[in-house]
Design a protein around this ligand. Sequence first.
Ligand code: ADP
Ligand code: MG
Length: 729
Amino acid sequence: MSTTRFNAVEKASNRKAVEAVTPDRKVSDYYGENVFNRKAMKKYLSKETYKALTHSIDNGTSIDREIANHVAAGMRMWALEKGVTHYTHWFQPLTDGTAEKHDAFVEHDGNGGMIEEFSGKLLVQQEPDASSFPNGGLRNTFEARGYSAWDPSSPAFIVDDTLCIPTVFIAYTGEALDYKTPLIRSVEALSKAAKEVCNYFDEDVNKITCFLGWEQEYFLVDEDLYSARPDLSLTERTLLGHESAKNQQLDDHYFGSIPSRVQEFMKDLEIECYKLGIPVKTRHNEVAPNQFELAPIYEECNLANDHNQLLMSVMKRVSRKHNFRVLLHEKPFMGVNGSGKHCNWSMGTDTGKNLFSPGQNREDNLRFITFVVNTLMAVYKYNALLKGSIASAGNAYRLGANEAPPAIISSFLGTQISEILDKFENSAIEDAIEVDDKKRLSLGFGQIPELLLDNTDRNRTSPFAFTGNRFEFRAPGSSCNCGSAMLALNSAVAYQLMQFKEEVDNLCQSGKSKETAIFEVLKAYIKESKPIRFDGNGYSDEWKEEAAKRGLDCESSIPLQYDAYLKPEVIEMFAATHVLSEKELEARNEVKWEIYIKKVQIEARVLGDLSLNHIIPVVIRYQSLLLDNITKLKATFNEEDYLEISAEQQRLIRKIAGHINAVTKMVDEMIEARKRANRITDLRSKAIAYHDEVAPYLDTIREHIDDLELMVDNQMWPLPKYRELLFIR
Ligand code: ADP
Ligand code: MG
């Protein structure tokens, strides 16, 4: 058994870097070459088709069948010229990750031969036989089929020999079965609500775009070491493993020089990304050994999310070529940092302004404060929902550990913005607002210097931080679909803006000036949303107490965090923004509970197997060696000498026996707990049982085995250790 470990370690440490295949062209020459982007559209579509398609993309209007036929024909021609043979609708089911089912372009030509065929009908809509995707009961009835439908706002792309068409995935009755559908709905709701509020300050604004810039963290592990760890292979995290003597204490990995094997992988990955039109920009080592990060230039939210989904699958593919496995799990290794996926979020106008940047004039500054304050209000009111939106079995191991934000949502604004809001809150309207001769608003405390805003101090412990010209939501986990967090945030802010507008308009109707109305409402909001503002250390225990006092959601159980989706005010918010109906919310929660159950169930099974079939047999063998040794000592020495000489070994044997007993007993108990939980039919209750009764064993069993790892002969230990897994040479 242990030969597997040593073979793997030897192979991994002798591995040479696989050189990246760098095209001899500039990035700008091949950027987006595998994307049916505007350049390709222009070349392969007629003028009218191009116009109709881009109009529909820019304005979110629908495309008629005839245009779709023309688009399909152009797309097919483009793809065939690139050697593509298959096409697929590419969608994002409620499991994390993407789904695809490839079909060849070929059709019978009616004369016994074949022709390449791809009609508008196939482009626009398909019915994948995808009945096995989780749907929370939305498709239980016989005729409730699932459809994938083309999302023209995200361009088609080629992976290998397949044309991939981004699609939404919906039930026959129109309910969303994926992340993309509600994300698009939320972007529309936000855009509409933000535009109306924006028009208070600037009537020329016609369209608001929501932006997302994600930062993807990940680990790399050598392929052979990965294969020698059943826990990594089956659950993407180590269920066992004592900390390495050296891990991240010296802070020598963060921004350190990138190992050449990894560097070559990154180069290949970036080339693939550029061909797919993913604008990756930043790469660096992260804090933990073997941990890295990649971030693109931000893009429109729906497209950015597609790009992140695509990136994750490209990463997996490219890593294999370099004899790596990429780990997207939030906490693959205990004791070192986990991986998140910060979501940088902002809004921009079609007049080129960022709604979270103060501007040159007074309107812009009041507009800036309006959007910051409304965002704070939304985060305050829906803090439990935002937490639910990032909650997963994997992320639970990361949040509240030593590197990630705590499992409480709060917002960090930095001293500058905090001071501005405090000042705003405490000024009398006469002092704060003057209307100049051009009837423009003037904030009594003057302009906000843009330069300073770019230098806001950073608070790494805050889950929702203002970072100069955007908010950075840091709680999402590395393996998640950003859509989950973004659709919750977009909808909450949209609804908040709708309410803001209503309140301001009501005050105006009662005779107040627009400026006074805005001022009064904002002032009240600044007061009300104060509990969400926290600039201190989010890791501290005092904050947990303080947050509870402030009435923020402090629920730490994942299954219960999902309850946030079904609170009356949340159902109302999602209904008013037309993002998700109550029925959809209920169904999606069923899926969330089910996924949680399955993740814990699989981990419990794997740990049971590892304990009883991999670890304990080895430990017993080692114990036998010790016993054999002391038997021989006894035969060799007189009683007094023997007792003295063997004392420590006897203690060790006892200790080992204690651990063997504890592990064996707890594995049995864990199996029983699982059986009891499995008898529960209600998914929420079952998930709670898995959380409360099964999951705790994962930690306690591990503690015993990790202790054993330090006692048992290194030569005999069957699994690659942390020090072997975590340092790529
Ligand atoms: P840091 O790690 O310091 O937060 P990074 O450079 O790793 O910074 O990531 C910053 C991310 O924020 C990038 O994805 C970037 O494109 C994105 N970003 C920058 N400005 C905006 C903005 N206005 N809206 C949305 N995302 C933005
Ligand atoms: Mg960041």
